[in-house]
Design a protein around this ligand. Structure first.
Ligand SMILES: [Zn+2]
Length: 274
């Protein structure tokens, strides 16, 4: 079995600016419009890797091919479902897009949620099942750091900055204490929503193996504080059985359906007016 790691994209997201009161008010109205069905639910789907960044590879199989197929199926399901959803996929097949650019595309799209789809790999060949990650404000544990290191994409400067104090997500433009508090509350709300999305995905997961964990980790692609975001690792390419499943179109469709069910569960339970 042959594996390629392309290291990169941990961590700090320097271009993120803190929410101002005006942008918070705008965002709040945007959320209310969604809850009262005045507009579509906007889902940004990010197939992990792409182009020169294949992600994990095993034999001739590339992670980027699997994630793109699942993402496309998910977009199809979302556009056919009973909920009014607008979708955007982060990049074309075989296109490399840096994590920061993916986030910028999600922002421009005004995404309500972001889901980044990946396939796992481990030196422990018995490791199997799904892992779900969402935004991080805490120093990550060593296992998570290893994964972030591995999952990183091109252009990363290294993994020296292991600590991710919350100050790095609320940079220096904070000029008043009140604004900082508002920004913190808003960010925490989005962080909470990310955790709710992660839980909804876990509840609706019916893959071959169960969800192993839900954890926080500073992947760039899930670190934008105004968009509830999760990164899912839908199985292990390094596990013999899961390798067969993940490369099968029928199982990829099953994975996409589980993700779809989780997203709709989140929409119905966390967004809609009760
Ligand atoms: Zn990946």
């Amino acid at each position: 079995m042959f594996l390629v790691f392309i290291y990169s994209a941990l961590i700090i997201v320097p271009f993120i600016s803190v929410s101002t009161e005006a942008s918070i008010a705008e965002r709040t109205k945007f959320s209310k419009d969604l809850a009262s069905k005045k507009r579509n639910f906007r889902v940004f789907v990010d197939p992990g890797h792409g182009g020169v960044d294949a992600g994990a590879t095993s034999q001739t199989i590339k992670e980027s091919d699997i994630t793109f197929d699942i993402a496309q199926e998910l977009v199809t399901l979302l556009s056919k479902g009973s909920v009014s959803v607008s979708t955007q996929i982060s990049h074309a097949e075989n296109e490399y897009v840096a994590p920061e650019q993916r986030l910028q595309r999600a922002q421009k799209f005004k995404a309500d949620i972001l889901i980044s789809i990946h396939v796992n790999w481990s030196k422990d060949l018995t490791a199997k099942g799904m892992e779900i990650y969402f935004q991080n404000q805490l120093p990550p544990d060593q296992d998570s750091l290893y994964l972030a290191h591995r999952e990183s994409e091109l252009g990363h400067k290294g993994v020296e900055n292991h600590n991710l104090p919350s100050a790095n997500l609320l940079p220096t433009v904070v000029s008043t204490e009140v604004r900082a508090i508002i920004g913190d509350l808003f960010k925490n709300q989005q962080l909470y929503q990310s955790s709710r999305l992660a839980i909804a995905l876990k509840k609706n997961w019916q893959g071959q193996s169960p969800v192993r964990s839900i954890r926080q980790l500073p992947f760039i692609v899930v670190s934008y504080p105004e968009i509830p975001s999760v990164l899912v690792e839908v199985g292990f390419l390094s596990h013999t059985e899961e390798f067969k499943l993940l490369t099968s179109p029928s199982y990829q469709k099953r994975v996409a359906k589980n993700l779809f069910d989780g997203i709709i569960h989140y929409y119905e339970n966390e967004i809609m007016d009760k």
